[in-house]
Design a protein around this ligand. Structure first.
Ligand code: HEB
Length: 730
């Protein structure tokens, strides 16, 4: 297919919504998904299982005690370096959380995806299969009360504490999933890091920038290649890659430096010998290996003979102690480029003076050289990073606090608002990246109050389209990937949301003014956030009534309005919908088909295909389109909640053709007999007739018996979107 636009002009574009799938990488993978077709779930816990309730019954202190003991209980099948698994568990936790990207909120520690392909087999996750397996006795003991996703992060926290490091807190609540997530786009490459032909994604000389929403420099990496961009050991170029990829995770220079320095205060890299002796990754490994991969034929394959990244050595002389030695090593010594026993490029203190030597991980009494990766050298050579490192060194308490906060952010970034954190170790302090929303105080709205407000809104002169599109605009930013966005907080009133093109700022300001007036006139303790949603309720009820359906749209008050001070303007920019198929809005053309962006948004909203379908049909006829566009408004009675969209879309009387010059984005529907133009529509509309599965759903709603079901289903899906972020209700 021809690209729909020039990627150079639109660097933020996707090339394919999903890129390559697990089946592409592992063609022999068992087809487990055939068991979970036609709405059958692969979740063994069942629909009634409530992880939050189960977690609340967990004795967290006991788990932490057990984890602390496990840290130093070395197992012969995977002996602990220095007799302490702490560093290994920290790397596991960091790689679990580190896949998060702000662009679409996907990735991250929240679902325990490290257990499944492709992440379980990414080269960068080498040997973390052993780290998880070491934790199995604890997972087994606590069962359903402690998810893998929570356990991996908790193990990282306990590891830091058990080696004397600072932690800021722990929030539980990451419910496990049971199969790989299919919605995460990891890139289009056909090769992984380390394979011939895999190149770094940032190549300024070739005008290449890191594609949105990706946050790693090569397929198979969490962030950057430790040996430098594309394996070239240039510290400054590595700094550029580190800065860009960590920014994609919402980390600034200081947080990035603190995390890396703090992380590499602990543990070692593993490259004891010939990397060609390392076997297949877990997903492709032999059945007898029971889910473990990377079995190595280099001598014993474990302990001092371990091969993971191919880089060899500890960063500091004290790899299981939280101290300031990482800075001593980085800043007080000159380094030269050497090769590890596995052939990897790494840096070594010139002359290996005695104070730079570390204990051998498994041979008592032996001292071995320490090292820095090219990525670590970035923090020595890049002037900005260097300044930060000097500051940390001069102020250990500041370093400790910065590390602890950045680690907490790393591990909780994809959990959404604090209302979703569970357990006794949740820190009290509000953090700006949590998108804090004030707790509801004062009188609650009574049913009579709601009635009064509904009457005031109905009398305010706002149209169904105004009411519905504004409520939609406030709720549609929600993304289940990281639980950000949504109607609560009323941030539609604030920058940057109020100024987004998709929200039609002038119209929005007019509608918001009406709600401010309604609030003032009522004298009630009601938030604008609630009024916006209540306006949607009024609009949908009016539209349904006009179609002959007297429905009550549920409304659950209790939302509050956040302030500008509670809103990280920069952090919110990534929530801007650059496409919202529900409002037939497309800001820029992407190089994936526009209709795929609707599916993507529906997935982020947590919608099923029928829910997405009924919402599009209903929103079109109520006039929720951006800019009052009539594309896809396939009805003669706009403002009425009817199934006309589906009836007219499926009517064989109409033939569709592209409007010349619209590059296959806009179409006219003409009467096949008379040629008269009946409708116009976008790809997002027509996909409900062209795609076989969506057409099947459209047929349900276009059928003669569908009227009441259509309205009922619309109201249910609408309410689901409006309440998607009501974590305060449980
Ligand atoms: Fe790290 C390890 C790289 C960041 C923590 N690391 C490591 C290694 C490498 C790296 C190569 C080795 C592996 C093996 O075993 O072989 N990193 C890296 C890079 C980066 C990083 C490139 C970006 C810059 N880290 C980081 C962070 C953290 C960490 C952020 C946290 C916080 N690591 C870590 C640890 C370790 C590592 C702890 C050790 C492990 C063991 O000992 O086992």
């Amino acid at each position: 297919p021809t690209p729909l636009h020039d990627p150079k002009k639109e660097p933020g574009a996707l090339r394919s919504l999903l890129g390559r799938t697990n089946r592409d990488w592992w063609p022999n993978q068992i087809a487990m998904d055939i068991l979970h077709q036609q709405g059958k779930s692969g979740d063994p816990m069942g629909d009634d299982f409530d992880y939050a309730a189960a977690f609340k019954s967990l004795d967290l202190a006991a788990v932490k005690r057990d984890l602390t003991a496990l840290m130093t209980d070395s197992q012969p099948w995977w002996p602990a370096d220095y007799g302490h698994y702490g560093p290994f568990f920290i790397r596991m936790a960091w790689h679990s959380a580190g896949t998060y990207r702000t662009g679409d909120g996907r990735g991250g520690a929240g679902a325990g995806q490290q257990r499944f392909a492709p992440l379980n087999s990414w080269p960068d996750n080498g040997n973390l299969d052993k780290a998880r397996r070491l934790l199995w006795p604890i997972k087994q003991q606590y069962g359903a009360k402690l998810s893998w996703a929570d356990l991996m992060i908790l193990a990282g926290n306990v590891a830091i504490e058990s080696m004397g490091g600072p932690v800021f807190g722990f929030g539980g609540g990451r419910a496990d999933v049971w199969e790989p997530e299919k919605d995460v786009y990891w890139g289009t490459e056909e090769n992984w890091v380390g394979d011939e032909g895999n190149q770094t994604r940032i190549q300024p000389d070739k005008d290449m920038v890191l594609e949105e929403p990706l946050a790693a420099i090569q397929m198979g990496l969490i962030y950057v290649n430790p040996e430098g961009p594309g394996g070239v050991p240039e510290a400054l170029a590595s700094a550029r890659d580190i800065r860009e990829t960590f920014a994609r995770m919402g980390m600034n220079d200081e947080e990035t430096a603190a995390l890396t320095a703090g992380g590499h205060t602990f543990g070692k890299a593993h490259g004891a010998g010939d990397a060609s002796k390392v076997g297949a990754s877990p997903e492709g490994a032999d059945i007898a290996q029971q889910g473990l991969g990377w079995i190595s034929g280099h001598e014993s394959g474990v302990g001092d003979h371990t091969i993971t990244s191919g880089i060899e050595g500890a960063w500091t002389p004290t790899p299981t102690t939280w101290d300031m030695t990482f800075f001593d090593m980085l800043l007080d010594h000159d380094y030269e480029l050497v090769r590890s026993p596995a052939g990897a490029k790494q840096w070594q203190p010139v002359g290996n003076p005695p104070e730079t030597l570390a204990p051998a991980a498994h041979t008592p009494g032996k001292r071995v050289p320490t090292m820095m990766t090219t990525a670590d050298m970035a923090f020595k050579i890049d002037p900005e990073y260097r300044k930060i490192m000097e500051r940390f060194r001069a102020d250990p308490a500041y370093f400790g606090d910065t590390f602890a906060r950045a680690w907490f952010k790393l591990c909780h970034r994809d959990m959404g608002p604090k209302a979703r954190y569970l357990g006794s170790d949740v820190p009290a302090e509000d953090l700006i990246w949590q998108d804090p929303i004030p707790v509801h105080t004062g009188a609650k709205l009574s049913d009579a109050d709601v009635k009064t407000l509904k009457a005031a809104i109905a009398a305010s002169g706002l149209s169904v389209a105004d009411l519905v599109s504004t409520a939609w605009a406030s709720a549609v930013t929600y993304r289940g990937s990281d639980h950000r966005g949504g109607a609560n907080g009323g941030r539609l009133r604030l920058a940057p949301q109020k100024d987004w093109d998709v929200n039609e700022p002038a119209k929005l300001a007019r509608v918001l003014k009406v709600y401010e007036d309604v609030k003032a006139a009522s004298g009630l303790n009601v938030s604008i956030a609630d009024l916006i949603v209540l306006g949607g309720v009024v609009g949908v009820e009016q539209a349904a009534r006009a179609g002959g359906h007297d429905v009550a749209v549920p409304f659950t008050p209790g939302r509050t309005d956040a302030s500008a001070e509670q809103t990280d303007i920069d952090g919110f920019k990534v929530l801007e919908p650059r496409a919202d198929g529900f409002r037939n809005y497309l800001q820029v053309r992407f190089n994936v088909p526009t209709e795929e962006l609707l599916i993507d948004r529906a997935q982020l909203l947590g919608l099923t295909a029928p829910e997405m379908t009924v919402l599009v049909g209903g929103l079109r006829v109520m006039g929720a389109n951006h800019g009052g566009s009539t594309h896809g408004v396939l009805t003669d009675r706009p403002g009425v909640l009817s199934n006309d969209f589906f009836v007219n879309l499926l009517d064989m009387k109409t033939g569709w053709k592209q409007i010349d010059g619209s590059a296959d984005e806009v179409f006219t529907g003409n009467d096949r007999a008379s040629g008269e133009e009946l409708w116009t529509a976008t790809r997002t509309d027509l996909v409900f007739g062209s795609n076989a599965q969506l057409r099947a759903l459209s047929e349900v709603y276009a059928s003669a018996d569908a009227g009441a079901k259509f309205v009922r289903d619309f109201v249910a899906a609408w309410t689901k979107v409006m309440n998607a972020d009501r974590f305060d209700l449980n």
